[in-house]
Ligand binder design. Structure first.
Ligand SMILES: C[S@@+](CC[C@H](N)C(=O)[O-])C[C@H]1O[C@@H](n2cnc3c(N)ncnc32)[C@H](O)[C@@H]1O
Length: 225
């Protein structure tokens, strides 16, 4: 049975997700006039549920996310970790999420504080490529970054560096772990970068990968044993 603190946090997360769903809807419909820079650009609600399902089936303990925005996808993943663990003590710094936009980081922090997951989620501010490049070394020597491999990686930042993000993520993920990449099918203007990405992933003999037509299209890539 989850302790009462865990169920309170789950309820708070679900409330915040509901509010963010409404905001996303306003953004997508164009009813809310907002610059691209300030937009949430969040995954869809059904993609959130899909991530929740995938994290459960691999018995996920540790997540790496590239592209936090205001924390919508992060909260979906935090929810699964809470559903699958009986004690908050085991979940400290279980999600490491990278974002380079300071105003979005501020909004994400507020959402994580309201949900009560600040101990679980570590936001790393900066350029994803730099941070991922340094990650293996930091994980070896630095207690803050932890020395446990990740079970799940979610790639949802810029698309130009996606192939490099994939290779760097493979180096810090356990066998049997998953890398999920958003925007494989939509928007249309990402298609050339995404086709290059799919080609790269599927040529890797240590990976089995499939496109799932949910939300904007998710590439789900399994690191083989
Ligand atoms: C599509 S949004 C992420 C949405 C989020 N995963 C969600 O579903 O709620 C992409 C985010 O990646 C960030 N980003 C883009 N390029 C980046 C980079 N090179 N390093 C770090 N963050 C980056 C953007 O500022 C933006 O907030």
């Amino acid at each position: 049975m989850p302790d009462s603190e865990i169920s309170t946090i789950q309820t708070r997360i679900l409330n915040i997700l509901t509010n963010l769903d409404l905001q996303s809807e306003l953004e997508r419909s164009g009813k809310l006039k907002i610059s691209h820079e300030d937009s949430m650009l969040a995954i869809t609600n059904d993609t959130g549920k899909f991530l929740n399902f995938l994290l459960s089936i691999i018995n996920c303990n540790r997540v790496l996310e590239i592209g936090t925005s205001v924390g919508y996808s992060t909260l979906w993943m935090a929810l699964t970790l809470l559903q699958n663990h009986e004690s908050l003590a085991n979940l400290k710094k279980s999600i490491l999420t990278i974002e380079n936009n300071p105003s979005k980081i501020k909004r994400a922090r507020k959402n994580f504080e309201e949900a009560g997951v600040t101990d679980m989620v570590e936001i790393v501010e900066g350029n994803a490529l730099d941070i991922l490049t340094q990650l293996p070394e930091k994980m070896k020597h630095d207690k803050f970054w932890g020395n446990k491999l990740f079970d799940f990686v979610f790639l949802d930042a810029d698309k130009e560096n996606l192939v490099r993000y994939f290779d760097l993520a493979m180096a810090v993920m356990r066998k049997g772990g998953l890398i999920v990449t958003d925007n494989i099918l939509l928007p249309e203007n990402y298609r050339p970068a995404m086709l290059k990405y799919i080609d790269h992933v599927r040529k890797n003999k240590y990976v089995r990968s499939v496109t799932v037509p949910i939300g904007y299209g998710e590439e789900v890539s399994l690191k083989l044993n």
